[in-house]
Write a protein that binds this ligand. Structure first.
Ligand code: PLP
Ligand code: COI
Length: 354
């Protein structure tokens, strides 16, 4: 398939003060788009000016949420070059999700080339300051205008880019977590492992509850017993127990986070034993209270590594150690971000330079 590059008439004004960059509110000049039709496959791949879509009100995605998305980042290095972190992993995960959501896979090589071409054209949008990056949001939506429930015969895949600062407005300040004991995010056999909009829609009410309780995020428990910790709203969760890193196993209900994978590898290579094991909420609280659990953090592309300062569950709040970012957490944060931004060597082949 050819990739067309359509002309850009009017570049947008960029935010000149990078300290003002919020998460995901401003988008670059161009986007990548391609369309799919059953029987024809992917077609009309193009890089075009960032623009609104015109969609019929009956379009399937509006009604039945047949959609998937991804999130990855491009980083500016000190020498001005731009790099991506494990981009092929995102493309592969999106193809896995597409299977679950009855959507067509993309050709990973073509999609990757299209992403790189888009980034080359939008290179000026990658911010320079510490902690900033260009957030990349590949998305696929069902576009057939029909309100009968079926899998769409047409889809649009697109990639948009957003220069971005820290996800949480307080940067790496420890976050407060509300453990959700009423609503669930994903049940066995559901779509928890897919990065699909419905999972996030289902989480909004719990987010609201958390915000009303003065918390920054939700910690989900398993849907069957409401007993085991699963993941945080927009990240996976790790705790340091007895010096070991403990994290929920990939059992189909949580996202197989690319940051999680990277953190587990970095931890192992620093001599930290990694335990992928279901941790009960009572064990979490008891461990924190007895001092066996000394640190907790969320990890994900948007939040990077975010220390957790306290958990609230059924009205009880525990502070993790002294409530400040832990040593292991910050060590892993530094190891990860140093590789992502080129400050440290990448022995893993995770970084792709544009
Ligand atoms: N879990 C959820 C629900 C997420 O939204 C994210 C973010 O993408 C993650 C985990 C972490 O995944 P990743 O590290 O691939 O960004
Ligand atoms: C990401 O970390 O890329 C995410 O997708 C989180 C998003 C819901 C803001």
């Amino acid at each position: 398939m050819d990739l067309k590059v359509l002309p850009l008439q009017q570049p947008k004004q960029k935010i000149s003060d990078e300290s003002q960059l919020a998460f995901g509110r401003q988008f670059t000049d161009r986007m990548f788009v391609m369309d799919y039709t059953v029987g024809r496959g992917w077609h009309d791949a193009r890089i075009q000016p960032y623009a609104k879509f015109e969609l019929d009100p009956a379009t399937l995605v509006f009604h039945y949420a047949q959609e998937i998305f991804e999130g990855l980042k491009a980083y500016r290095r000190a020498d001005g070059s731009i790099c991506l972190f494990r981009p092929q992993d995102n493309i592969a995960r999106m193809n896995l999700g597409s299977e679950r959501m009855c959507m067509p896979p993309t050709d990973p090589e073509f999609t990757f080339e299209a992403l790189k071409e888009l980034l080359r054209l939008e290179a000026d949008w990658v911010p320079h300051s510490e902690g900033t990056s260009l957030y990349i949001r590949p998305t696929m939506i069902a576009t057939e205008p029909i309100i009968g429930l079926k899998s769409s015969d047409t889809f649009t895949y697109y990639i948009i880019l957003s220069p971005t600062g820290a996800y949480y407005k307080n940067g790496v300040a420890p976050i407060k977590i509300l453990v959700e004991d009423e609503y669930v995010r994903a049940a066995p056999g559901g779509t928890g492992e897919a990065k699909t909009g419905g999972n996030y829609a289902a989480s909004l009410l719990a987010f609201r509850k958390a915000a009303e309780a003065g918390c920054d995020q939700v910690l989900w428990l398993d849907a069957t017993e409401r007993k085991y910790i699963e993941e945080v709203g927009t990240s996976n969760i790790c705790v340091i127990r007895d010096g070991k890193l403990v994290t929920s196993p990939l059992a189909g209900t949580i996202l197989d986070g690319i940051t999680r994978r990277s953190i587990l590898q970095l931890a192992k290579d620093r001599g930290i034993e990694v335990v992928e094991q279901a941790l009960a909420i009572d064990e979490l609280f008891e461990g924190i209270q007895s001092g066996v659990i000394t640190e907790a953090f969320g990890c994900g592309t948007a939040v990077v590594v975010s220390p957790i300062g306290q958990f609230t569950y059924k009205g009880d709040t525990v502070q993790v150690a002294d409530g400040q970012p832990g040593k292991v957490t910050m060590g892993l944060y530094k190891a990860l971000t140093d590789i992502q931004t080129g400050k440290a060597d990448d022995p893993y082949g995770w970084v792709v330079t544009l």
